[in-house]
Design a protein around this ligand. Structure first.
Ligand SMILES: NC(=O)c1ccc[n+]([C@@H]2O[C@H](COP(=O)([O-])OP(=O)(O)OC[C@H]3O[C@@H](n4cnc5c(N)ncnc54)[C@H](OP(=O)(O)O)[C@@H]3O)[C@@H](O)[C@H]2O)c1
Length: 248
């Protein structure tokens, strides 16, 4: 008999990493509007507190640095007892600091930092959350990949970090198949967020100039709506990958 239960339903508990801006913040907002209880995780706690103040008690803030193994390993224990049975993980935290340069023009420390957050950090969070999902026989992991993983030009560490997310998404999907846990990879092209300014050490004008080179860019809420779509499908079907690009 087909299980029609959607991952996203009123009362479902969602953990969104990188919820302090951009795609993560927009997704947390959409999930909360759909009645989910949302754990908003990131390093900039002041921003998370502002979301909690604006959105009410269906949302809580979780200070989390995905680069720190101890921080992530203990994340479930740091949650209030009735917030620990996470149904939905949106594995979104990421950056491209000092990226968009030729490989030889950047430092290995910069390249390693990108992989550390985008790939190892994503693995850490899933490693902390997936066992509970498997134990309960219920859960949905949404990994935020990137079109860069398939457009192999010019940003090698970021490309590598997101190609790894593509591989991990496929491997986790096959490992969890038939166990009540679904894995979706969301693959956006350029999205207007703080991402480009962060790449330039917070240069907002430089970030704006980056997005102006495109005739059109995706907005963070467009990605959030795509995530909601994947999470609202009946349990017998997995949206495996959702790719999106600007139309112009
Ligand atoms: N914008 C694009 O064009 C685009 C396209 C494809 C994919 N993506 C992906 O989408 C995801 C979200 O990016 P965005 O565009 O929304 O950029 P953004 O506005 O810069 O948001 C990035 C988020 O990641 C968090 N973060 C960064 N490092 C972290 C760490 N070590 N621990 C915990 N949180 C961390 C940041 O929070 P704190 O600084 O507060 O910790 C922030 O909330 C990333 O994985 C990115 O690679 C973006």
């Amino acid at each position: 008999m087909n299980d029609r239960t959607a991952s996203l339903h009123p009362g479902a508990i969602a953990l969104v990493t990188g919820a302090s801006s951009g795609i993560g913040e927009a997704t947390a907002r959409r999930l909360s509007e759909r009645g989910a209880r949302v754990i908003c995780a990131a390093r900039r706690v002041d921003r998370l507190q502002a979301l909690v103040a604006a959105w009410g008690d269906r949302v809580i803030a979780l200070p989390l640095d995905v680069d720190r193994a101890d921080d992530v390993a203990g994340l479930i224990d740091r949650l209030p007892a009735d917030w620990r049975a996470i149904d939905i993980l949106v594995n979104n935290a990421g950056h491209d600091i000092h990226g968009r340069r030729r490989f030889v023009n950047g430092t290995i420390a910069d390249w390693a930092a990108i992989v550390e957050t985008n790939t190892v950090g994503l693995m850490r969070v899933a490693h902390a959350v997936l066992p509970g999902m498997l134990q309960r026989g219920r859960g949905h992991v949404v990994n935020i990949g990137s079109s860069s993983a398939f457009n192999l030009l010019g940003d090698s560490a970021y490309i590598a970090s997101k190609a790894a997310v593509h591989g991990l998404s496929q491997a986790w999907r096959s490992e969890t198949l038939g166990k009540g846990v679904r894995v979706t990879e969301v693959i956006p092209g350029p999205v207007r967020t703080e991402f480009a300014a962060t790449r330039l050490d917070g240069d907002a004008a430089g970030g704006e100039a980056f997005y102006k080179q495109f005739k059109a860019v995706i907005e963070a809420d467009d990605v959030a709506r795509a995530i909601v779509y994947a999470l609202e499908q009946p349990g017998y079907m997995t949206v495996t990958e959702l790719a999106m690009m600007p139309s112009a």
